[in-house]
Design a protein around this ligand. Structure first.
Ligand code: GLU
Ligand code: ZN
Length: 291
């Protein structure tokens, strides 16, 4: 039952089943929402078909419920929002804020040193296969406040870079989809892994171009393997086990600075999480970027 306007979300990409790192993110965003008596949404970010693994979406949802992570409302699928993304792009094309860009990554590297300099902004290029669409960000953000780490300044050359909102390979850009979906779902706080600290500042530019306040941001530390690499689907981090649910949940909570009291250790996951929501305190979350 929601008593506040807090709305949080967990936004996995269906590029594989959840691993320990994604469990940490799910648990952290869930408890932030429940502690605030807010709502917690799940959004499947399925707009990158080449990276999608068949069956992963359903697997992720099953894993969430196994771990007692029950969401509010219907699951949101980004693949159902393509016309929403397109109409925003069309609106920006119409006002001249967005433009087609034919530059390759290689050209941007050798010509501009890697930070796009607006080369195609005034070329009035037409739509064509292999062309991206960029947004001229005229109100660049200087940074944003992270709820754990405080002010995060943005490198000024990045702040002024015209953002890709539609990719050369014909897919909608992650930054655009995330921002529009968070706005549409009235997300008040974004809790996610600190691997996404960098795109956050760019997303702030999109909020500005949309004349919309940005949500609060809280970036969680990243779980790493023993050799210091971030656990990720790309690095083939092992999927969560379907056994030892409680142990993995306790490990995720401990990672987030919350030890489970002995008397709660045998509770079913959903009940354990409900109790943990009462004692949850974001100030206990470690602030280093990875562990
Ligand atoms: N879908 C993104 C991911 O898997 C997360 C997006 C977000 O939380 O903003 O890593
Ligand atoms: Zn260009």
């Amino acid at each position: 039952m929601a008593h506040t306007s807090y709305i949080g979300r967990f936004a996995p990409s269906p590029s594989g089943p959840l691993h320990f790192g994604s469990l940490v993110t799910a648990v952290g965003s869930f408890l932030q929402a429940r502690h605030s008596y807010g709502r917690w949404l799940v959004r499947i970010e399925d707009i990158d078909p080449p990276r999608e693994v068949p069956g992963a979406s359903d697997m992720i949802l099953k894993q969430l419920t196994d771990f007692g992570l029950y969401w509010d409302d219907e699951v949101i699928y980004q693949s159902q929002h393509l016309s929403r993304y397109q109409s925003q792009i069309d609106a920006w094309l119409a006002t001249g804020d967005a433009y087609y860009c034919q530059c390759t990554r290689k050209q941007i590297q050798s010509r501009d040193g890697g930070i796009y300099d607006g080369h195609c902004r005034h070329l009035a290029l037409e739509k064509a296969p292999g062309r991206a669409i960029r947004l001229h960000c005229t109100k660049p953000a200087t940074g944003f406040t992270d709820q754990l780490r405080g002010w995060q300044p943005l490198k000024s050359e990045l702040a002024h870079e015209d953002l890709v909102i539609f990719r050369r390979d014909g897919l909608y850009a992650y930054n655009l989809a995330v921002v529009l979906d968070d706005i549409d779902a009235k997300v008040s706080e974004v809790v996610r892994g600190s691997d996404l600290l960098e795109p956050t500042a760019r997303q702030c530019n999109l909020y500005r171009m949309l004349n919309h306040d940005e949500p609060d941001y809280l970036h969680l530390p990243l779980a790493c393997d023993s050799s210091g690499h971030k656990l990720s689907k790309q690095n083939h981090a092992p999927a969560l086990s379907q056994e030892h649910i409680l142990k993995q949940l306790q490990d995720a909570l401990a990672f987030l600075g919350h030890e489970v009291p002995n008397s709660w250790a045998q509770l079913p996951p959903q009940k354990l999480l409900a109790n943990m929501a009462q004692v949850w305190d974001k100030r206990n979350i470690p602030t280093h970027l990875d562990i």
